[in-house]
Design a protein around this ligand. Structure first.
Ligand code: ADP
Ligand code: ASP
Ligand code: MG
Length: 428
Protein backbone atom coordinates (compact mmCIF):
# COMPACT_ATOMS: atom_id res chain seq x y z
CA UNK A 1 0.00 0.00 0.00
CA UNK A 2 1.25 3.45 -0.86
CA UNK A 3 0.16 6.96 0.07
CA UNK A 4 -0.25 8.90 -3.15
CA UNK A 5 -1.05 12.60 -3.64
CA UNK A 6 -2.58 13.27 -7.05
CA UNK A 7 -3.08 16.77 -8.43
CA UNK A 8 -5.47 17.42 -11.31
CA UNK A 9 -5.25 20.72 -13.21
CA UNK A 10 -7.98 22.88 -14.73
CA UNK A 11 -8.25 21.08 -18.07
CA UNK A 12 -8.44 17.70 -16.33
CA UNK A 13 -11.35 19.09 -14.23
CA UNK A 14 -12.78 21.08 -17.16
CA UNK A 15 -16.26 19.51 -17.44
CA UNK A 16 -18.59 17.18 -15.56
CA UNK A 17 -17.50 14.29 -17.80
CA UNK A 18 -13.85 14.97 -17.08
CA UNK A 19 -14.53 15.19 -13.34
CA UNK A 20 -16.26 11.80 -13.57
CA UNK A 21 -13.16 10.44 -15.34
CA UNK A 22 -10.92 11.78 -12.59
CA UNK A 23 -13.20 10.07 -10.05
CA UNK A 24 -12.80 6.75 -11.92
CA UNK A 25 -9.02 7.04 -11.89
CA UNK A 26 -9.00 7.88 -8.18
CA UNK A 27 -11.23 4.87 -7.51
CA UNK A 28 -8.81 2.58 -9.41
CA UNK A 29 -5.95 3.67 -7.14
CA UNK A 30 -8.15 3.32 -4.07
CA UNK A 31 -9.30 -0.15 -5.18
CA UNK A 32 -5.64 -1.20 -5.41
CA UNK A 33 -5.42 -0.54 -1.66
CA UNK A 34 -3.65 2.83 -1.83
CA UNK A 35 -4.45 5.86 0.29
CA UNK A 36 -5.23 8.76 -2.02
CA UNK A 37 -5.22 12.51 -1.41
CA UNK A 38 -6.44 14.49 -4.42
CA UNK A 39 -5.61 18.17 -4.89
CA UNK A 40 -7.61 19.97 -7.56
CA UNK A 41 -7.63 23.22 -9.51
CA UNK A 42 -10.68 25.22 -10.48
CA UNK A 43 -12.42 24.10 -13.69
CA UNK A 44 -10.53 25.47 -16.70
CA UNK A 45 -11.29 29.12 -17.46
CA UNK A 46 -12.92 29.69 -14.06
CA UNK A 47 -9.99 31.47 -12.40
CA UNK A 48 -9.65 33.77 -15.43
CA UNK A 49 -13.39 34.48 -15.31
CA UNK A 50 -13.18 35.42 -11.62
CA UNK A 51 -10.14 37.66 -12.14
CA UNK A 52 -11.95 39.39 -14.98
CA UNK A 53 -14.92 40.11 -12.69
CA UNK A 54 -12.61 41.71 -10.13
CA UNK A 55 -10.91 43.80 -12.79
CA UNK A 56 -14.22 45.16 -13.99
CA UNK A 57 -14.44 46.76 -10.55
CA UNK A 58 -10.84 47.79 -9.99
CA UNK A 59 -7.61 47.70 -12.03
CA UNK A 60 -5.77 46.72 -8.87
CA UNK A 61 -8.31 44.92 -6.70
CA UNK A 62 -7.88 44.86 -2.94
CA UNK A 63 -5.57 41.85 -2.38
CA UNK A 64 -7.56 40.36 0.51
CA UNK A 65 -10.88 40.56 -1.30
CA UNK A 66 -9.25 39.23 -4.47
CA UNK A 67 -8.08 36.10 -2.63
CA UNK A 68 -11.44 35.69 -0.92
CA UNK A 69 -13.09 35.61 -4.34
CA UNK A 70 -10.55 33.92 -6.63
CA UNK A 71 -10.24 30.95 -4.23
CA UNK A 72 -13.90 30.03 -4.81
CA UNK A 73 -13.19 28.25 -8.12
CA UNK A 74 -11.41 25.45 -6.27
CA UNK A 75 -14.20 25.19 -3.67
CA UNK A 76 -16.61 24.26 -6.47
CA UNK A 77 -14.33 21.64 -8.00
CA UNK A 78 -13.46 19.86 -4.71
CA UNK A 79 -17.10 19.30 -3.86
CA UNK A 80 -18.02 18.16 -7.40
CA UNK A 81 -15.15 15.66 -7.37
CA UNK A 82 -16.01 14.37 -3.88
CA UNK A 83 -19.62 13.85 -5.05
CA UNK A 84 -18.42 12.00 -8.17
CA UNK A 85 -16.14 9.71 -6.13
CA UNK A 86 -18.99 8.92 -3.71
CA UNK A 87 -21.27 8.10 -6.65
CA UNK A 88 -18.77 5.32 -7.48
CA UNK A 89 -19.19 3.88 -4.00
CA UNK A 90 -15.94 5.16 -2.47
CA UNK A 91 -15.92 7.31 0.67
CA UNK A 92 -14.64 10.85 0.01
CA UNK A 93 -14.43 14.13 1.90
CA UNK A 94 -13.54 17.54 0.48
CA UNK A 95 -11.69 20.29 2.35
CA UNK A 96 -10.78 23.91 1.61
CA UNK A 97 -7.29 25.14 2.45
CA UNK A 98 -8.65 26.83 5.57
CA UNK A 99 -10.45 23.71 6.80
CA UNK A 100 -7.30 21.57 6.70
CA UNK A 101 -5.50 24.05 7.60
CA UNK A 102 -2.84 25.03 5.08
CA UNK A 103 -1.08 27.88 6.92
CA UNK A 104 0.57 30.55 4.78
CA UNK A 105 2.21 33.92 5.26
CA UNK A 106 0.09 37.02 4.64
CA UNK A 107 1.37 37.96 1.18
CA UNK A 108 -2.03 37.95 -0.49
CA UNK A 109 -2.05 36.78 -4.14
CA UNK A 110 1.34 35.08 -3.85
CA UNK A 111 1.39 33.61 -0.36
CA UNK A 112 3.92 30.99 0.74
CA UNK A 113 2.92 27.82 2.56
CA UNK A 114 4.45 27.70 6.05
CA UNK A 115 2.86 24.65 7.67
CA UNK A 116 0.12 22.12 7.03
CA UNK A 117 -1.96 20.43 9.77
CA UNK A 118 -2.35 16.86 8.61
CA UNK A 119 -4.49 15.39 11.44
CA UNK A 120 -7.84 15.82 9.70
CA UNK A 121 -6.50 14.40 6.45
CA UNK A 122 -4.83 11.50 8.22
CA UNK A 123 -8.03 10.66 10.15
CA UNK A 124 -10.00 10.51 6.91
CA UNK A 125 -7.36 8.35 5.22
CA UNK A 126 -7.29 6.01 8.21
CA UNK A 127 -11.07 5.71 7.93
CA UNK A 128 -10.61 4.52 4.33
CA UNK A 129 -11.77 7.71 2.63
CA UNK A 130 -10.29 9.63 -0.27
CA UNK A 131 -9.44 13.20 0.73
CA UNK A 132 -10.06 15.96 -1.81
CA UNK A 133 -8.18 19.20 -1.14
CA UNK A 134 -8.65 22.63 -2.75
CA UNK A 135 -5.43 23.69 -4.47
CA UNK A 136 -4.05 27.24 -4.73
CA UNK A 137 -5.30 28.44 -1.32
CA UNK A 138 -4.41 28.66 2.34
CA UNK A 139 -5.13 30.66 5.45
CA UNK A 140 -2.98 33.27 7.20
CA UNK A 141 -2.54 33.98 10.92
CA UNK A 142 -5.50 36.43 10.81
CA UNK A 143 -7.76 33.59 9.60
CA UNK A 144 -8.02 35.24 6.15
CA UNK A 145 -7.95 33.23 2.94
CA UNK A 146 -4.78 33.59 0.87
CA UNK A 147 -3.85 32.31 -2.62
CA UNK A 148 -0.50 31.03 -3.86
CA UNK A 149 -0.15 32.66 -7.31
CA UNK A 150 -1.24 31.35 -10.72
CA UNK A 151 -0.64 27.65 -11.14
CA UNK A 152 -0.42 27.34 -7.33
CA UNK A 153 -2.31 24.04 -7.09
CA UNK A 154 0.91 22.27 -8.13
CA UNK A 155 2.50 23.70 -4.99
CA UNK A 156 -0.44 22.61 -2.81
CA UNK A 157 -0.02 19.09 -4.22
CA UNK A 158 3.69 18.89 -3.47
CA UNK A 159 3.32 20.54 -0.05
CA UNK A 160 0.59 18.06 0.93
CA UNK A 161 2.83 15.21 -0.23
CA UNK A 162 5.74 16.57 1.82
CA UNK A 163 3.61 17.08 4.95
CA UNK A 164 2.12 13.56 4.72
CA UNK A 165 5.39 11.87 3.75
CA UNK A 166 3.64 10.52 0.62
CA UNK A 167 5.30 7.89 -1.55
CA UNK A 168 4.78 10.03 -4.64
CA UNK A 169 3.17 13.26 -5.83
CA UNK A 170 1.55 12.79 -9.24
CA UNK A 171 0.76 15.92 -11.25
CA UNK A 172 -1.93 14.95 -13.77
CA UNK A 173 -2.26 17.42 -16.64
CA UNK A 174 -3.15 17.69 -20.33
CA UNK A 175 0.26 16.47 -21.61
CA UNK A 176 1.80 13.13 -20.69
CA UNK A 177 4.98 14.46 -19.15
CA UNK A 178 7.70 17.09 -19.33
CA UNK A 179 8.93 17.59 -22.89
CA UNK A 180 12.16 18.95 -24.33
CA UNK A 181 10.11 22.08 -25.02
CA UNK A 182 6.42 23.03 -25.00
CA UNK A 183 4.86 20.49 -27.41
CA UNK A 184 2.45 23.24 -28.50
CA UNK A 185 5.37 25.00 -30.20
CA UNK A 186 6.96 22.07 -32.00
CA UNK A 187 5.55 18.64 -32.83
CA UNK A 188 9.14 17.38 -32.68
CA UNK A 189 9.32 17.93 -28.91
CA UNK A 190 10.26 14.72 -27.15
CA UNK A 191 8.94 13.44 -23.83
CA UNK A 192 11.61 13.08 -21.14
CA UNK A 193 11.31 9.98 -18.97
CA UNK A 194 13.21 11.83 -16.23
CA UNK A 195 14.68 15.26 -15.53
CA UNK A 196 16.68 16.51 -12.54
CA UNK A 197 15.14 18.90 -9.98
CA UNK A 198 17.80 21.41 -10.86
CA UNK A 199 16.89 21.39 -14.54
CA UNK A 200 13.16 21.39 -13.84
CA UNK A 201 13.63 24.35 -11.53
CA UNK A 202 15.38 26.27 -14.32
CA UNK A 203 12.77 25.22 -16.91
CA UNK A 204 9.93 26.37 -14.61
CA UNK A 205 11.59 29.64 -13.67
CA UNK A 206 12.37 30.37 -17.33
CA UNK A 207 8.74 30.01 -18.37
CA UNK A 208 7.77 26.32 -18.75
CA UNK A 209 4.40 26.49 -17.04
CA UNK A 210 3.95 22.72 -16.83
CA UNK A 211 4.90 23.01 -13.13
CA UNK A 212 4.70 26.08 -10.91
CA UNK A 213 8.23 26.95 -9.83
CA UNK A 214 7.41 26.85 -6.10
CA UNK A 215 6.21 23.26 -6.43
CA UNK A 216 9.60 22.22 -7.80
CA UNK A 217 11.42 24.15 -5.05
CA UNK A 218 9.29 22.37 -2.45
CA UNK A 219 9.80 18.95 -4.01
CA UNK A 220 13.58 19.48 -4.09
CA UNK A 221 13.73 20.80 -0.54
CA UNK A 222 11.63 18.01 0.99
CA UNK A 223 12.74 15.33 -1.47
CA UNK A 224 9.22 14.54 -2.61
CA UNK A 225 9.19 12.05 -5.50
CA UNK A 226 7.39 14.04 -8.20
CA UNK A 227 5.92 12.82 -11.48
CA UNK A 228 4.11 14.64 -14.31
CA UNK A 229 1.63 12.56 -16.28
CA UNK A 230 -1.55 12.78 -18.34
CA UNK A 231 -5.08 12.60 -16.99
CA UNK A 232 -6.26 11.75 -20.51
CA UNK A 233 -4.27 8.53 -20.87
CA UNK A 234 -6.36 5.43 -20.61
CA UNK A 235 -3.19 3.39 -20.07
CA UNK A 236 -2.33 1.21 -17.15
CA UNK A 237 -2.24 2.92 -13.81
CA UNK A 238 -3.37 2.37 -10.29
CA UNK A 239 -0.82 -0.27 -9.43
CA UNK A 240 2.30 1.71 -8.45
CA UNK A 241 4.38 -1.33 -9.19
CA UNK A 242 7.83 -1.32 -10.77
CA UNK A 243 6.32 -1.11 -14.20
CA UNK A 244 4.50 2.11 -13.31
CA UNK A 245 7.53 3.51 -11.54
CA UNK A 246 9.73 3.05 -14.57
CA UNK A 247 7.52 3.85 -17.47
CA UNK A 248 4.87 6.44 -16.88
CA UNK A 249 5.11 10.20 -17.40
CA UNK A 250 8.21 12.13 -16.38
CA UNK A 251 9.91 11.59 -13.05
CA UNK A 252 11.67 14.59 -11.50
CA UNK A 253 14.79 13.10 -9.92
CA UNK A 254 17.55 14.21 -7.58
CA UNK A 255 19.99 11.92 -9.28
CA UNK A 256 21.89 13.28 -12.29
CA UNK A 257 22.79 9.69 -13.16
CA UNK A 258 26.08 8.51 -14.53
CA UNK A 259 24.82 8.43 -18.08
CA UNK A 260 27.80 9.01 -20.36
CA UNK A 261 25.35 9.99 -23.07
CA UNK A 262 23.90 12.80 -20.93
CA UNK A 263 22.72 15.39 -23.44
CA UNK A 264 24.32 18.82 -23.24
CA UNK A 265 20.91 20.46 -23.41
CA UNK A 266 17.88 18.87 -21.75
CA UNK A 267 15.27 21.38 -22.79
CA UNK A 268 14.30 24.74 -24.20
CA UNK A 269 12.10 27.06 -22.16
CA UNK A 270 10.59 30.35 -23.22
CA UNK A 271 8.74 33.17 -21.55
CA UNK A 272 6.26 35.38 -23.41
CA UNK A 273 5.69 37.58 -20.35
CA UNK A 274 8.82 39.69 -20.73
CA UNK A 275 8.88 43.44 -21.37
CA UNK A 276 11.97 45.57 -21.97
CA UNK A 277 12.68 49.05 -20.68
CA UNK A 278 15.63 51.14 -21.91
CA UNK A 279 16.72 54.25 -20.05
CA UNK A 280 18.66 56.25 -22.63
CA UNK A 281 21.40 58.80 -22.20
CA UNK A 282 22.05 58.54 -18.47
CA UNK A 283 25.28 59.98 -17.02
CA UNK A 284 27.70 57.08 -16.51
CA UNK A 285 28.79 57.42 -12.89
CA UNK A 286 28.74 55.19 -9.79
CA UNK A 287 25.28 54.69 -8.32
CA UNK A 288 23.31 55.01 -11.53
CA UNK A 289 22.16 51.36 -11.64
CA UNK A 290 20.97 51.64 -8.08
CA UNK A 291 19.19 54.95 -8.76
CA UNK A 292 17.24 53.32 -11.59
CA UNK A 293 16.52 49.91 -10.09
CA UNK A 294 15.99 50.59 -6.36
CA UNK A 295 12.63 52.40 -6.79
CA UNK A 296 11.48 49.53 -9.03
CA UNK A 297 12.50 46.88 -6.48
CA UNK A 298 10.95 48.92 -3.65
CA UNK A 299 7.64 48.65 -5.50
CA UNK A 300 8.02 44.84 -5.37
CA UNK A 301 8.57 44.59 -9.12
CA UNK A 302 10.94 41.79 -10.06
CA UNK A 303 13.74 42.68 -12.44
CA UNK A 304 14.97 39.94 -14.72
CA UNK A 305 17.67 40.60 -17.35
CA UNK A 306 19.93 43.67 -17.07
CA UNK A 307 22.30 45.26 -19.58
CA UNK A 308 24.41 48.41 -19.39
CA UNK A 309 25.97 49.62 -22.62
CA UNK A 310 29.49 51.01 -22.93
CA UNK A 311 29.46 54.71 -22.29
CA UNK A 312 30.07 57.25 -25.01
CA UNK A 313 30.70 60.89 -24.13
CA UNK A 314 30.04 60.15 -20.47
CA UNK A 315 26.51 58.84 -20.98
CA UNK A 316 25.19 55.33 -21.33
CA UNK A 317 21.99 53.33 -22.03
CA UNK A 318 20.67 51.07 -19.30
CA UNK A 319 18.23 48.27 -20.21
CA UNK A 320 16.32 45.74 -18.12
CA UNK A 321 13.29 43.48 -18.35
CA UNK A 322 10.27 43.02 -16.08
CA UNK A 323 7.15 40.85 -16.24
CA UNK A 324 4.54 42.27 -18.64
CA UNK A 325 1.94 42.43 -15.89
CA UNK A 326 4.21 44.90 -14.02
CA UNK A 327 5.37 46.82 -17.07
CA UNK A 328 2.97 49.81 -16.76
CA UNK A 329 3.78 50.21 -13.09
CA UNK A 330 7.53 50.12 -13.76
CA UNK A 331 7.20 52.75 -16.50
CA UNK A 332 5.13 55.02 -14.24
CA UNK A 333 7.80 54.85 -11.54
CA UNK A 334 10.61 55.64 -13.99
CA UNK A 335 8.80 58.52 -15.65
CA UNK A 336 7.48 60.07 -12.43
CA UNK A 337 10.15 59.32 -9.83
CA UNK A 338 13.44 58.60 -11.60
CA UNK A 339 13.85 60.18 -15.04
CA UNK A 340 14.41 63.80 -14.01
CA UNK A 341 16.45 62.93 -10.92
CA UNK A 342 19.06 61.08 -12.97
CA UNK A 343 18.94 63.37 -16.02
CA UNK A 344 17.97 60.59 -18.44
CA UNK A 345 17.29 61.68 -22.01
CA UNK A 346 14.53 59.24 -22.81
CA UNK A 347 12.72 56.14 -21.60
CA UNK A 348 11.99 53.61 -24.32
CA UNK A 349 9.90 50.49 -23.87
CA UNK A 350 9.07 47.34 -25.84
CA UNK A 351 6.65 44.63 -24.78
CA UNK A 352 6.95 42.60 -27.99
CA UNK A 353 9.90 40.60 -26.71
CA UNK A 354 10.33 37.03 -25.44
CA UNK A 355 13.05 35.18 -23.61
CA UNK A 356 14.27 31.86 -25.00
CA UNK A 357 16.52 29.70 -22.80
CA UNK A 358 18.56 26.54 -23.19
CA UNK A 359 18.71 24.42 -20.02
CA UNK A 360 20.96 21.47 -19.21
CA UNK A 361 23.26 20.23 -16.46
CA UNK A 362 25.42 18.88 -19.31
CA UNK A 363 26.41 22.49 -20.08
CA UNK A 364 28.76 22.44 -17.09
CA UNK A 365 31.12 20.13 -18.86
CA UNK A 366 30.70 21.37 -22.43
CA UNK A 367 32.10 24.55 -23.89
CA UNK A 368 30.65 26.15 -26.98
CA UNK A 369 26.94 25.94 -26.19
CA UNK A 370 26.55 29.72 -26.26
CA UNK A 371 28.43 30.12 -29.53
CA UNK A 372 26.34 27.40 -31.21
CA UNK A 373 23.18 29.08 -29.95
CA UNK A 374 24.23 32.49 -31.27
CA UNK A 375 25.26 31.00 -34.60
CA UNK A 376 21.91 29.22 -35.07
CA UNK A 377 20.04 32.43 -34.30
CA UNK A 378 22.26 34.40 -36.68
CA UNK A 379 21.66 31.90 -39.48
CA UNK A 380 17.95 32.45 -38.95
CA UNK A 381 18.36 36.25 -38.99
CA UNK A 382 17.21 36.57 -35.41
CA UNK A 383 18.73 39.48 -33.56
CA UNK A 384 19.69 38.99 -29.90
CA UNK A 385 18.79 41.97 -27.69
CA UNK A 386 20.05 40.73 -24.33
CA UNK A 387 21.86 37.68 -22.98
CA UNK A 388 22.09 36.15 -19.52
CA UNK A 389 23.80 32.96 -18.41
CA UNK A 390 24.28 30.71 -15.43
CA UNK A 391 26.04 27.37 -14.98
CA UNK A 392 23.18 25.39 -16.48
CA UNK A 393 21.29 27.87 -18.69
CA UNK A 394 21.70 30.48 -21.41
CA UNK A 395 18.88 32.95 -22.09
CA UNK A 396 18.44 35.41 -24.93
CA UNK A 397 15.87 38.14 -25.41
CA UNK A 398 14.50 38.31 -28.96
CA UNK A 399 11.53 39.81 -30.83
CA UNK A 400 8.30 37.96 -30.09
CA UNK A 401 7.62 37.24 -33.76
CA UNK A 402 10.70 34.97 -33.92
CA UNK A 403 9.80 32.80 -30.95
CA UNK A 404 8.64 29.73 -32.85
CA UNK A 405 11.45 29.93 -35.40
CA UNK A 406 14.07 30.24 -32.66
CA UNK A 407 12.71 27.35 -30.58
CA UNK A 408 12.34 25.04 -33.58
CA UNK A 409 15.79 25.73 -35.01
CA UNK A 410 17.55 25.44 -31.63
CA UNK A 411 15.62 22.25 -30.90
CA UNK A 412 16.96 20.71 -34.11
CA UNK A 413 20.49 22.12 -33.76
CA UNK A 414 20.93 20.69 -30.27
CA UNK A 415 19.70 17.24 -31.31
CA UNK A 416 16.46 17.33 -29.33
CA UNK A 417 14.02 16.47 -32.17
CA UNK A 418 12.17 13.20 -31.91
CA UNK A 419 13.03 10.93 -34.80
CA UNK A 420 9.66 10.52 -36.48
CA UNK A 421 8.74 14.19 -36.02
CA UNK A 422 5.20 13.28 -34.91
CA UNK A 423 3.61 14.88 -31.86
CA UNK A 424 3.09 12.43 -29.00
CA UNK A 425 0.44 14.58 -27.42
CA UNK A 426 -3.13 13.77 -28.45
CA UNK A 427 -4.95 16.78 -29.84
CA UNK A 428 -1.84 18.94 -30.25
P1 ADP B 1 -2.78 22.32 -15.61
O1 ADP B 1 -4.05 23.06 -15.89
O2 ADP B 1 -2.96 20.83 -15.61
O3 ADP B 1 -2.07 22.82 -14.40
P2 ADP B 1 -0.93 23.79 -17.32
O4 ADP B 1 -1.57 24.46 -18.50
O5 ADP B 1 -0.59 24.64 -16.15
O6 ADP B 1 -1.84 22.55 -16.89
O7 ADP B 1 0.41 23.03 -17.79
C1 ADP B 1 0.39 22.13 -18.87
C2 ADP B 1 0.88 22.83 -20.13
O8 ADP B 1 2.23 23.21 -19.99
C3 ADP B 1 0.86 21.97 -21.37
O9 ADP B 1 -0.40 21.96 -22.01
C4 ADP B 1 1.97 22.58 -22.24
O10 ADP B 1 1.46 23.37 -23.28
C5 ADP B 1 2.73 23.49 -21.28
N1 ADP B 1 4.20 23.28 -21.31
C6 ADP B 1 5.12 24.27 -21.37
N2 ADP B 1 6.36 23.77 -21.42
C7 ADP B 1 6.24 22.42 -21.38
C8 ADP B 1 7.17 21.36 -21.38
N3 ADP B 1 8.50 21.55 -21.44
N4 ADP B 1 6.70 20.08 -21.33
C9 ADP B 1 5.37 19.85 -21.25
N5 ADP B 1 4.43 20.83 -21.24
C10 ADP B 1 4.85 22.11 -21.31
N1 ASP C 1 -6.83 27.87 -10.48
C1 ASP C 1 -5.55 28.52 -10.28
C2 ASP C 1 -5.05 29.10 -11.60
O1 ASP C 1 -5.72 29.03 -12.62
C3 ASP C 1 -4.53 27.61 -9.67
C4 ASP C 1 -4.15 26.41 -10.51
O2 ASP C 1 -4.85 26.08 -11.46
O3 ASP C 1 -3.11 25.81 -10.21
O4 ASP C 1 -3.99 29.67 -11.63
MG1 MG D 1 -0.72 24.41 -14.08
Amino acid sequence: MALIVQKYGGTSMGSIDRIKNVAKRVKRWHDHGHQVVVVVSAMSGETNRLIDLAQQISKQPDPREYDQMVSTGEQVSISLLAMAIKELGVGARSFTGRQIAIHTDSTHNKARIEKIDVQRVQQQLDAGNVVVVAGFQGVNSEDDITTLGRGGSDTTGVAMAAALGADECQIYTDVDGVYTTDPRVTAKARKLSKITFEEMLEMASLGSKVLQIRSVEFAGKYQVPLRVLSSFDEGKDGSFDDDFKNNVGTLITIDEGDDMEQPVISGIAFNRDEAKIVVRGVPDHPGIASAILTPISNANIEIDMILQNLSTNGTTDFSFTVNRTEFDRALDILNNEVKDDINAKEIHSDSNVVKVSLVGVGMRSHAGVASTMFQVLAENNINIQMISTSEIKISVLIKEQYLEKAVKSLHTAFGLDREDGESQVAGL
